[in-house]
Design a protein around this ligand. Structure first.
Ligand code: FAD
Length: 555
């Protein structure tokens, strides 16, 4: 543990007081009761020691400092070397590489596959949640690498070569062929200029390579959003005579040459600045097909599903960080002769933020458990499918407003880049946009119900498990059951429907598993007729003492 920083408080004209101390080292596991309960409840108790150790490690002040540096000194594109040769290299600050190494060594990209079995995805998502509280830029690579595994397995020869690289716990950030590295990372190139949500409009073309004995293809076209472009290979979509197909596109070809992937420029993003996102052209690039010709969307959809669960859990992590920072600040700041955290209206806001964060985490871990159980259980498979879409939509949609409120709890300093809140605020909308933006997710909820007769029953079974726990939840569940029996005219109301599903699911989890103060306040606040979505509007009877003591022990 490093000693807390002690800046000089006596200045020439005044002493500095009524300012919070630096938050210093934190133990992100020990201070998070909802995480501890969730990990144990959803089947990953066996991984507790690993997750706890990671929570202590990633909570150190030094990690927050590295995250700050990696974002402040973002990546730079180096398209050519000194002799004018194309290298299309993106260079990162050393702090980015340090955080990547830390993540890879702690299996943030590989835990679910390296420890396959009950609780594996729950444990994986717990690690995701811990590091996402500190830095989300490196998580883009972690999430895509994790989520690529099921798609890679669609072609046994590709899986044999690539899955061991992806599951390695050794980070190797060098720009060299993957055969010479101790581990590999995977990215995903789907989005093109004319269509991101609608990938069927992809225009990149693929043709079998002339006379190639290796069964390879050549790709010509562009991709408009390509994150983590120094990954070792990318899953991408291109059009063959059979239709849209999925390809593995390595950054280096097997004969040791740079693949014909030209990076045009780095995108200047609102947030997520430690992570590079680029535009590229594929100029007869070497690739191999993954899965069946013409069935590329089917092949890559498993990757998309994994990324969507990541987005939901990562947004829960942003909320958690907002709650921790807001509580720290308001517990050390006074106004009108009273600590902010003791003032009734501020307590309402803080408690409301804490409820949102706990409900978001509970939903993410419940869906992760369904993913763990999906192989052997039909109902779990259905819940994993529809629950991922519901969680991705709702948790990611709530995150920007949550970040804003947590920022506002800091007053003016919240808006200043010196602290963590401004970065958190800029990060918050992204999970809602990539991997399917809000409307697309709500339409996916409808699609899940239309294609899988088990989807709605799996959702309702979750709600039934909490029946009798709170009258507002019983009413919400009954109304949903009624509406789900008449699915014809859902499309214009898909957001309302998905929101109702998400709130009912979250409420059912809290009613069953959280302390009564948390569950009652969530049901009374969120399921009541008067809820507008604004924070700080919990009913006056809310037990804010209990909610805030659970959210973060007073330090
Ligand atoms: C920082 C960043 C990094 C990214 N990295 C990657 C990456 O590495 N790889 C990659 O492939 N992509 C990446 N993306 C792209 C991202 O996945 C897409 O931007 C996203 O899927 C939306 O596609 P689009 O931008 O083309 O928007 P559009 O498809 O044009 O959608 C615009 C809006 O219309 C809505 N909409 C679409 N269809 C419907 C409908 N039928 N009914 C109602 N509303 C609808 C959407 O929800 C959205 O709100 C990245 C994006 C960002 C911002």
């Amino acid at each position: 543990m490093t000693a807390p920083l002690r800046p000089r408080a006596a200045l020439a004209t005044h002493d500095v007081f009524n300012m919070p101390p630096h938050i210093g080292d934190r133990d992100l596991w020990a201070e998070d009761a909802a995480l501890r309960d969730g990990v144990r409840r959803e089947g990953a108790a066996w991984a507790e020691a690993r997750i706890a150790a990671f929570g202590r490690l990633i909570g150190r002040a030094e990690m927050a400092e590295k995250a700050e540096q990696a974002n402040r000194h973002g990546p730079a594109l180096k398209p050519f070397d000194r002799y004018g040769m194309r290298i299309d290299r993106v260079e990162y600050h050393p702090a980015y590489h340090d955080l990547m190494a830390l993540a890879v060594e702690n299996e943030v990209a590989s835990f679910a596959w390296n420890h396959a079995g009950p609780g594996a995805h729950v444990g994986h998502m717990a690690l995701t949640y811990l590091i996402s509280q500190v830095e989300c830029g490196v998580m883009c690579s972690m999430a895509m690498t994790y989520a690529a595994v099921p798609a890679l397995r669609a072609s046994p020869a590709i899986a044999e070569a690539w899955v061991p690289r992806v599951l390695s716990n050794r980070y190797d950030g060098r720009d060299v062929p993957v055969e010479d590295k101790s581990g590999g990372a995977i990215g995903m190139f789907m989005t093109e200029k004319q269509g991101g949500s609608d990938v069927r409009s992809n225009s990149t073309r693929a043709r079998p390579a002339d006379g190639a004995a290796d069964g390879s293809w050549r790709l010509v076209g562009h991709k408009y959003f390509c994150s983590a472009p120094m990954s070792d290979a990318f899953l991408t979509l291109a059009r063959t005579e059979a239709g849209i197909s999925c390809f593995l596109l390595p950054r280096w070809t097997p004969d040791g040459a740079r693949n014909a992937i030209s990076i045009h420029h780095l995108k200047d993003k609102l947030g997520n600045r430690s992570n590079a996102s680029v535009e590229i052209e594929l100029e007869d690039a070497w690739a191999v097909m993954v899965g069946e010709d013409g069935r590329g969307i089917r092949t890559i959809i498993d990757m998309v599903q994994g990324n969507r669960l990541y987005c939901a859990v990562s947004s829960a992590a942003l909320m958690r960080e907002g709650v921790a920072q807001a509580l720290h600040h308001t517990r050390h700041r006074s106004a009108f002769q009273r600590r902010l955290a003791d003032q009734p209206l501020m307590r309402n806001v803080l408690a409301d933020l804490a409820l949102e964060a706990e409900a978001a985490l509970a939903l993410g871990l419940r869906v992760a458990r369904a993913v763990d159980e999906a192989g052997a259980d039909r109902q779990a498979r259905a819940l994993a499918r529809i629950g991922t879409a519901i969680a991705k939509y709702w948790v990611c949609k709530r995150a920007p407003g949550h970040a804003f409120e947590a920022l506002e709890c800091h007053g003016g300093p919240g808006y200043i880049e010196d602290g963590p809140m401004a970065r958190l605020y800029r990060e918050a909308p992204l999970n809602s946009i990539w991997e399917g933006s809000g409307n697309v997710l709500c339409l996916d909820v409808l699609r899940a119900m239309a294609r899988d007769e088990d989807a709605a029953p799996a959702l309702l079974a979750e709600l039934d498990a909490a029946r009798g726990g709170h009258p507002a939840l019983d009413r919400a569940a009954d109304a949903l059951r009624d509406d789900l029996s008449r699915p014809e005219a859902f499309e214009p109301g898909a957001r309302t429907l998905t929101e109702r599903m998400a709130l009912a699911l979250q409420a059912s989890l809290l009613v069953r598993h959280a302390p009564a103060a948390v569950a009652d306040a969530f049901c009374a606040g969120r399921l009541g007729a008067r809820w507008t979505g604004a924070y700080g509007t919990l009913p006056p009877a809310t037990d804010t003492d209990a909610i805030l003591a659970r959210a973060l022990p007073a330090g």
